[in-house]
Design a protein around this ligand. Structure first.
Ligand SMILES: [Ca+2]
Length: 268
């Protein structure tokens, strides 16, 4: 699944990180976006993570940390203290993806199954499923709406009650569309998005789609280098802890969840 190498691409010419430009990324008409802030994710602490977890969603919910895993995946409640899940429920016949919480319920996307599961209860049980069109990648909850990525440069806003699409916004940086947006995390002021197969996270303005900040998380990829063997073991998984604001990042099949602090990047 998702094993096909797709052109990943980013920030060419601005960051000089050696990625390949996507031919379809052409500047939009109109005024250029404001310059994004350049940040780095510095590791504060590494916590254990299940190397069998193909992380597609990481989300705090009612004081607990939950993870959605893809491939032959599940919903699981995890702990920072141990790699093995505290609880899990397998989802047969679908490829689980992004995970969001509205405080009462958990919402779990699937990749190409066009089905979103709604979970409730302290030991979550599947309350129902809702259908939608297109792919499901990342999911988070902000101001009464579910926010979805689908691998494109478009972020979509949905009504949680029936998951119909309310609106969408195109994500751009310097006027250039930024696709491959994967796992999401909704903060009050902006949405964070992992860029698939990269070591970057974008901080995106909800209203305009402008990239407000580019977060270099390559220190995390370096920290797990040699401990992961799959080409698909890429950075994916962002969770902000309510109350403390602590940020946790992980990757698919990674041995660690990292607590990180965002700091301004050094000027080259
Ligand atoms: Ca998340």
């Amino acid at each position: 699944m998702r094993a096909v190498v797709r052109s990943v691409v980013l920030f060419v010419g601005w960051l000089g990180v050696g990625c390949t430009p996507a031919h379809h990324n052409t500047p939009d008409a109109g005024a250029p976006d404001p310059a994004p802030q350049m940040l780095v994710a510095r590791i504060v602490k590494a916590w254990p993570h299940d190397t069998g977890a193909f992380t597609e969603g990481l989300q705090f919910h009612q004081g607990q940390l939950f993870e959605s895993t893809g491939e032959e995946g599940d919903l699981r409640r995890i702990s920072l203290d141990q790699a093995a899940p505290l609880w899990s429920e397998r989802l047969e016949g679908v490829f689980p993806e992004g995970l969001a919480s509205d405080g009462q319920r958990l919402y779990q996307l699937t990749w190409r199954d066009e089905k979103m599961y709604v979970w409730s209860g302290p030991q979550p049980t599947r309350e129902r499923s809702l259908s939608y069109s297109g792919e499901g990648w990342g999911l988070c909850y902000w101001q009464g709406k579910l926010v979805r990525s689908d691998g494109s440069a478009t972020i979509r806003f949905h009504d949680p009650s029936d998951f119909h699409e309310l609106s969408s916004v195109r994500v751009t940086m310097y006027g250039v569309a930024q696709d491959q947006l994967n796992e999401l995390e909704c903060a009050d002021d902006a949405v964070y998005a992992n860029v698939w197969h990269s070591t970057y996270i974008l901080k995106i303005d909800y209203a305009t789609g402008n990239v407000l900040a580019v977060i270099d998380a390559s220190a995390l990829a370096r920290a797990v280098k040699g401990q992961v063997s799959s080409y698909e073991a890429v950075l994916n998984g962002i969770a902000l802890e309510p109350g403390t604001g602590r940020m946790f990042l992980t990757g698919k099949l990674w041995p660690s969840i990292f607590e990180v602090k965002l700091e301004p990047a050094a000027t080259p």
